[in-house]
Design a protein around this ligand. Structure first.
Ligand code: RIB
Length: 296
């Protein structure tokens, strides 16, 4: 079984600020850092650091060499990362004094996927292989359809939620990793208390991980319902916490671990990530996560 993650690669321009800026305000930042990020890249790095053999597919621009290097350094296979001579994807991220963030996305080359490139990438994968997706590249509907035709197991983190997802046949997805807001958006049901039931009713053949921030995370597949509390830490930067969770959960699932173990490992990994600054650089290794779990 091989794992392909088809997704975004961004240069994150991260500004430390006293608070997230409001309309009409001008404010000085404390610091500026340039980090490797993008939900796609972060999840590939998390999958690799968790111990999976993962291929990343996506497109970088003429400013993206550091993104390619970060993937390679983490052990991600980079054969399907294409380079174009135009501006790549980037973000402007504000991180406040509580570690909360707000993000402006510039799609750049992330929005330049073509059917030919998707077909070429997918031709290297087969039935039973995993495909991990987020929503920061174009052609998501096509990628899902073609991967499904090949019999790949599709795992989707529908973030950031936007109209591109409405064009996708989400009944082809095997596992969703969503937060409360995304759950309401994909089911059209705002009843947060019954979000898991609404998800199951909408996509009866899928499994779900519903993350609730400081209220922990749930797993539900129509039969098993499992809860995992958070590991409380002092957050300095929450960027990539969800991506880290996804990578470690999928790794544990792929090795056949029980759901409670998978959730616990993922929650611990993301609790470590939020104590560190930056997106990809904040992601721990499986050794660090296991050592921290042993410490209790
Ligand atoms: O999930 C965090 C990521 O979202 C950041 O690295 C940023 O690039 C945006 O894509």
């Amino acid at each position: 079984m091989k794992v392909l993650n088809y997704g975004s690669l961004n240069v994150d321009y991260t500004y430390s600020v006293p608070h997230i800026i409001v309309g009409g305000e001008t404010m000085a930042s404390f610091e500026l850092h340039e980090y490797c990020g993008g939900k796609g890249l972060n999840q590939s790095v998390a999958l690799a650091k968790a111990g999976l053999d993962v291929w990343h597919a996506g497109i970088i621009g003429n400013d993206g060499q550091m993104l390619l290097d970060a993937c390679a350094d983490a052990g991600v296979h980079t054969d399907f990362i294409k380079k174009m001579d135009v501006r790549g994807g980037h973000t402007v991220i504000q991180v406040d004094e509580n570690g909360q963030n707000s993000i402006i996305l510039y799609g750049g080359t992330n929005q330049m996927q073509t059917a030919d490139f998707v077909d070429e990438v997918l031709s290297h994968f087969e039935e039973g292989d995993y495909l991990v997706l987020q929503n920061e590249v174009n052609m998501l509907d096509y990628i899902i359809d073609k991967a499904y035709e090949r019999g790949m197991k599709i795992i989707l983190n529908p973030s950031p939620y936007n109209e591109a997802l409405d064009a996708c046949d989400l009944s082809k997805v095997s596992l969703f990793l969503v937060n409360e807001i995304e759950a309401a958006q994909i089911t059209g049901n705002n009843d947060a208390e019954h979000a898991l039931d609404a998800l199951h009713e909408t996509f009866p053949n899928a499994a779900f991980v519903l993350t609730l921030g400081s209220d922990g995370a749930w797993y539900y597949d129509g039969k098993q319902k499992v809860f995992q509390d958070i590991f409380k830490v002092k957050a300095v930067d929450t960027t990539a916490a969800g991506d880290t969770f996804t990578g470690f959960f999928v790794k544990k699932l792929a090795e056949g671990a029980d759901i409670q173990t998978a959730l616990r490992t993922a929650a611990k990994a993301s609790s470590i990530a939020v104590t560190r600054v930056g997106a990809a650089p904040s992601i721990p290794t499986m050794e660090e996560v296991e050592a921290s779990l042993k410490e209790g």
